[in-house]
Ligand binder design. Structure first.
Ligand code: ZN
Length: 277
């Protein structure tokens, strides 16, 4: 039986607007519909941010709760991950999504410049988010935007703030972050295997580097992330029609690599999450 690969769809993010791509789901209703289509196309996991009525990043716990509830209802068993990130949210609001019943949450263990500002994750914030996740039984996905964050992830384990096996997301292709170079991903995966041997992982490329990073992920035994948060295009000149279309492409890539999209139940087993009920 071929290896099950978790396809995570990052449906919205904080940045893309409908003027960039009309398919970006902004309202909670749109998010639920977009996630459902992505689920049907083979996504076993979804990563969500919410927006306000003006389409700007929001920390509103009611919106997060409505999104989680709707996705649970329409996408049975799907792994739901909420964001604790976003440059535009005050630090004290970044935990609001943790109490709404998600399975997982993103956790970035360090700070980094983005092209338009600094994505701040001071030690106190990282610790507070990790402790809150632990208390609520939420598994973190550790987002690695820079090499030092990989070692910071190990330090979180050593400090007893997160437990192994960790789930890691390596993000490349950010202009001010790690370049989408295969040698960079290869090095990080080799280091990860040394210091966090039980970790599950995904390499994710932003913008036009998305497909490249997916190739490297599958080649090295990782999982896949796609979605309009990371990339609004299907090709250099063509906008993606939907999150589902990006998931379909990821599922097709799995077939080319002789693996297959994981079912939600398989994704839960791989990530050591409780079975859905
Ligand atoms: Zn995100």
């Amino acid at each position: 039986m071929s290896r099950p690969v978790i396809i995570t769809c990052a449906i919205t993010g904080t940045r893309p607007q409908k003027t960039d791509n009309p398919a970006v789901p902004i309202s909670v209703t749109e998010q639920i519909e977009s996630t459902h289509a992505a689920f049907e196309a083979g996504a076993a996991a979804v990563h969500i941010h919410v927006r306000d009525d003006e389409g700007q990043p929001s920390s509103d716990p009611e919106r997060f709760a409505a999104a989680v509830e709707g996705i649970r209802h329409h996408c049975p068993g799907m792994v739901i991950e909420v964001s604790t990130g976003g440059m535009y949210r005050p630090l004290q609001e970044r935990a609001t999504a943790l109490a709404v019943g998600a399975d997982m949450a993103s956790l970035c263990p360090g700070s980094i410049n983005f092209p338009n500002g600094t994505y701040r994750n001071p030690p106190d914030t990282v610790r507070a988010l990790a402790e809150r996740m632990w208390a609520l039984g939420i598994r973190p996905t550790i987002e690695i935007f820079d090499l030092s964050m990989l070692y910071a992830a190990r330090a979180l384990v050593d400090q007893g703030l997160v437990r192994e096996p960790l789930n890691l997301l390596f993000v490349v292709g950010l202009a001010t972050g790690l370049p989408a170079r295969r040698s960079v991903v290869d090095f990080m995966i080799a280091e990860m295997k040394d210091i966090l041997p039980s970790a599950t992982w995904t390499a994710s490329g932003l913008g036009r580097t998305q497909s490249l990073a997916q190739d490297w992920s599958l080649y090295r035994g990782g999982h896949l992330r796609t979605g309009l948060e990371d990339n609004i295009r299907l090709t250099r000149t063509e906008l993606a029609q939907s999150n589902a279309q990006l998931v379909e492409r990821a599922a097709q890539l799995c077939i080319e690599y002789g693996v297959r999209p994981a079912t939600p139940a398989e994704a839960r087993a791989i990530l050591e999450l409780p079975a859905a009920h």
